[in-house]
Ligand binder design. Structure first.
Ligand SMILES: [Zn+2]
Length: 606
């Protein structure tokens, strides 16, 4: 028993119901049913991994076989049966891990055991872990036994995925739902383990471990072991975050102070520092968003309990929260959420994060100046905003909230409206294309909202979009090759590539774009081009009229419309980040998933 090298997850596995952490209502119910002698023949323990399902099943098996249970319902730990259980030599408990033994033969072997009555104690307990993994044939074989079990047999089925179980199984079991453990529960248990092991610790460090474990005690204990050995018996916060590759919350506290003070250079340098430590921008933005959320709930005593942090950090949240208005926090959370949503689509991820940080700071200082709308700062950044503003309405795939969160200055600010108007009159004299049909032809009524402000303005003024096109697109006139066969997708694609092959050098952006994307016929008088990001949408729009004209001429038709849109996320598989790719691989390859779980590989940090 005194093996120093037993990992904590095994060494500190609870042996009585009273020791089980974080499931008190559930263990009380189980104890009561044992005390009253009302035992079911089958139990189903559901819940996330590492929350004590198997442990409780074993304790249950021991307790119902105990020859002299304690008044509180726990097993005595002293009788022959308890000793046999504790020394793992009891014949009254059988465990089957259905994740690796899911065949009919495995179940048959188990059923054979069911029919042999126990020699010591009253019950034989059969634990089937990950029961949802059983093959259909195995399930059916098992179902018969489950319907009419001998009196001495009790089944405890455990699963992380209750929804995968057949109703016939569910209806035969008493169901217990295990909850994810709270950070406090886990920290409390880790403190006990640390004390018993003679390990010193900083509370904040245990908090980090508990958060990293995400509600699973087994994970928490194995992380604890790792950190304890890394820190050589003295677990400090700094060493813990270094070992676990966790971003120090100090960064977030510091950044919020900078936001409030409008210290843009410091903000940029801090972000640079974070990137240089190997953290991904999306990870950081997620963390910052959580920080804002924590500040928000720290403002109200009723919600402070939702904060799963140690007491000293709680104090700091409360202190910083006092200096932030709810309005700022809402806006900041919105900004971070938008950034998170757009992160995958963005081609310049760093700039996206930086822009978000600047905007957050401007909201903060805008409020400080008594300008709660935050409009003043957006004016400073007008060039960037104008660019984004033109893009945002066009991006159907980009979240609604993204465009909703954009300041409405593009629409309402007369100054920027004037600026976008400017190119229209200046190019008018050189525009050779008659202002017929174009706005109608290139837009269907219901896709009008996708168009840029520029085009909307020109439409409103009775002018048309060709004037808004770049001069190169107008001067470049590719030769038309007449295609027979009318409007077919093949013909459109052919004309598309004929156009592309004649694009002059120096117009690389559109040439590459047209090589990478092909049009798709929607019906016999319209086609669409779906591109992966808003920059491509902009590029394509510049040539839209010219391309459409070329295709119409090639196909010998005038009744053809072209729609440009952003691809949905599902349409762009090639933009997966490394962690995303791994996630997909894990979902499709159970063996890889198991490996990741067992080695505790953290993929979110790349
Ligand atoms: Zn006993």
């Amino acid at each position: 028993m005194s093996d120093n090298y037993i990992v904590s997850a095994r060494k500190y596995r609870p042996t009585t119901f009273s020791n089980v952490v974080g499931q008190s209502s559930l263990t009380t119910t189980l104890k009561n049913s044992i005390a009253s002698g009302r035992l079911a023949h089958a139990y189903l323990f559901c819940g996330p991994r590492g929350v004590g399902k198997t442990t409780c099943a074993r304790i249950f098996a021991k307790t119902i076989n105990c020859l002299s249970p304690k008044p509180n319902g726990d097993a005595c730990e002293e009788c022959e049966s308890c000793r046999a259980f504790n020394e793992q030599r009891s014949y009254n408990i059988h465990e089957l891990d259905a994740a690796s033994n899911n065949s009919v033969d495995d179940i048959r072997q188990l059923i054979e055991q069911v029919n042999i009555p126990p020699q010591v104690g009253k019950y034989k307990v059969f634990i089937v872990d990950e029961v949802h993994m059983l093959s259909t044939a195995a399930f059916n074989a098992f179902l018969k036994t489950l319907e009419e079990p001998p009196k001495h047999a009790i089944f405890i089925l455990a699963t992380t995925e209750k929804h995968k179980l057949l109703p016939t199984i569910l209806s035969r079991c008493q169901i217990y739902d295990f909850s994810r453990m709270t950070v406090q529960d886990i920290v409390g248990h880790l403190e006990n383990v640390a004390k018993q092991e003679g390990i010193t610790y900083e509370p904040a460090a245990l908090n980090v471990i508990a958060q990293k474990a995400d509600g699973g005690m087994r994970d928490a204990l194995s992380i604890f072991d790792q950190v304890a050995s890394f820190c050589q018996g003295n677990i400090t916060y700094q060493q813990t975050i270094a070992d676990l590759n966790v971003l120090d919350y100090e960064y977030y506290f510091k950044l919020v102070d900078y936001f409030m003070a409008g210290k843009i250079p410091e903000i940029m340098l801090t972000f640079n520092d974070i990137l240089s430590k190997g953290f991904e921008g999306s990870h950081f933005i997620g963390g910052l968003n959580t920080h804002f959320r924590n500040l928000l709930i720290s403002r109200d005593e009723a919600t402070t309990q939702l904060l799963e942090v140690s007491d000293d950090i709680r104090q700091r949240y409360a202190e910083q929260a006092k200096r932030c208005t709810p309005k700022f926090l809402y806006a900041a959370i919105r900004k971070c959420t938008d950034c998170d949503l757009n992160y995958k689509l963005s081609q310049n991820k760093r700039l996206l994060v930086e822009l978000t940080l600047i905007e957050i700071s401007q909201i903060a200082t805008g409020e400080a100046d008594g300008n709660p709308s935050g409009l003043r700062p957006t004016k400073i950044l007008k060039p960037i905003f104008t660019k984004q503003g033109n893009v945002a309405p066009a991006s159907a795939a980009v979240s609604q909230s993204a465009s909703a969160a954009q300041p409405t200055s593009q629409q309402n600010n007369p100054k920027s409206a004037e600026e976008t108007k400017k190119p229209v009159p200046s190019q008018q004299p050189t525009a050779p294309i008659p202002p017929k049909e174009t706005p109608v032809a290139t837009t269907s009524a219901n896709s009008a909202h996708r168009f840029s402000i520029k085009q909307r303005l020109s439409q409103a003024q009775g002018t048309v979009s060709p004037q808004a096109e770049s001069t190169t697109a107008q001067t470049f006139q590719p030769k038309v090759e007449k295609l027979t066969g009318g409007v077919t997708e093949e013909n459109i694609i052919t004309a598309w590539h004929i156009y592309e092959s004649q694009i002059p050098t120096g117009e690389a952006a559109i040439a590459i774009l047209m090589r990478n994307y092909t049009p798709h016929l929607l019906n016999n008088n319209s086609f669409e081009v779906a591109v992966s990001n808003s920059m491509n949408v902009d590029t394509l729009r510049k040539y839209e009229h010219s391309i459409l004209k070329h295709i119409k001429d090639s196909l010998g038709t005038d009744a053809l419309t072209m729609t440009i849109r952003l691809q949905t996320l599902a349409e762009q598989p090639k933009f997966y980040t490394k962690p995303e790719r791994l996630k997909i691989l894990r979902a499709t390859h159970p063996a890889l998933d198991k490996l990741c779980k067992e080695l505790d590989l953290d993929v979110s940090l790349g």
